[in-house]
Unconditional design. Structure first.
Length: 195
């Protein structure tokens, strides 16, 4: 696959806008890219059933679009399930976030030490190496990260698990499987209020 071919036009206030998009001959799509900034999520909608894996497409789209320059907010996502991390990334990018993704607690600890303070953090509770509660403690232990709203994600729905997360400093707790619109509403509320 050669990739998507974009014809760009500059619009200073809004970044780069696509004038036209051509898909490679072996990719069929019935969907159009919406007018405005193109995100990784838009590219995913247009690639459809193409066998190229998502991570490669994300790297490709960032390289050709300079996407990090058009997104001002960052979200840290720590999730070891590929399908859920894909969904989280998709939703967050549609909301204008640049997503830093870690698939285990060890990588998340490295990112917490390296990346600028994000606008939002989403942590799975059950992770390899370092669990979500330990990561939450690490985040709350850093003065510069103290105001970052943290959403805990888990299949555990018992009251004691939810209370433990909220007592440890989480701003919200979402039980998997979750509804995308509910997640989107919670993200907007947390980023707006900062709590």
């Amino acid at each position: 696959m050669r990739g998507l071919l974009f014809d760009w036009e500059a619009e200073p206030a809004n970044g780069l806008l696509p004038r036209s998009v051509r898909l490679p001959g072996n990719v069929k799509s019935g969907r159009k890219i919406r007018k405005g900034r193109v995100t990784n999520a838009d590219i995913m909608l247009n690639i459809g059933e193409n066998p190229v894996n998502f991570e490669a497409r994300v790297r490709y789209s960032e390289a050709i679009m300079g996407e990090t320059a058009t997104q001002s907010r960052t979200a840290l996502v720590v999730e070891d399930d590929d399908q859920i991390s894909y969904l989280l990334r998709f939703i967050l990018e549609r909301e204008g976030f640049k997503v830093e993704l870690a698939k285990d607690g060890r990588k998340a600890s490295e990112l917490i030490a390296q990346i600028p303070v994000p606008a939002l953090a989403m942590l799975d509770v059950m992770l390899p190496y370092v669990d979500g509660y330990q990561l939450l403690g690490e985040i709350r232990g850093r003065e510069e990260w103290s105001g970052v709203p943290v959403v805990m994600l888990s299949a555990k729905s018992q009251e004691k698990d939810i209370v433990r997360a909220l007592d440890a400093g989480a701003a919200d707790y979402l039980v998997k499987p979750f509804k995308p619109d509910e997640l989107r509403a919670r993200i907007k509320r947390l980023v707006r209020t900062g709590k």
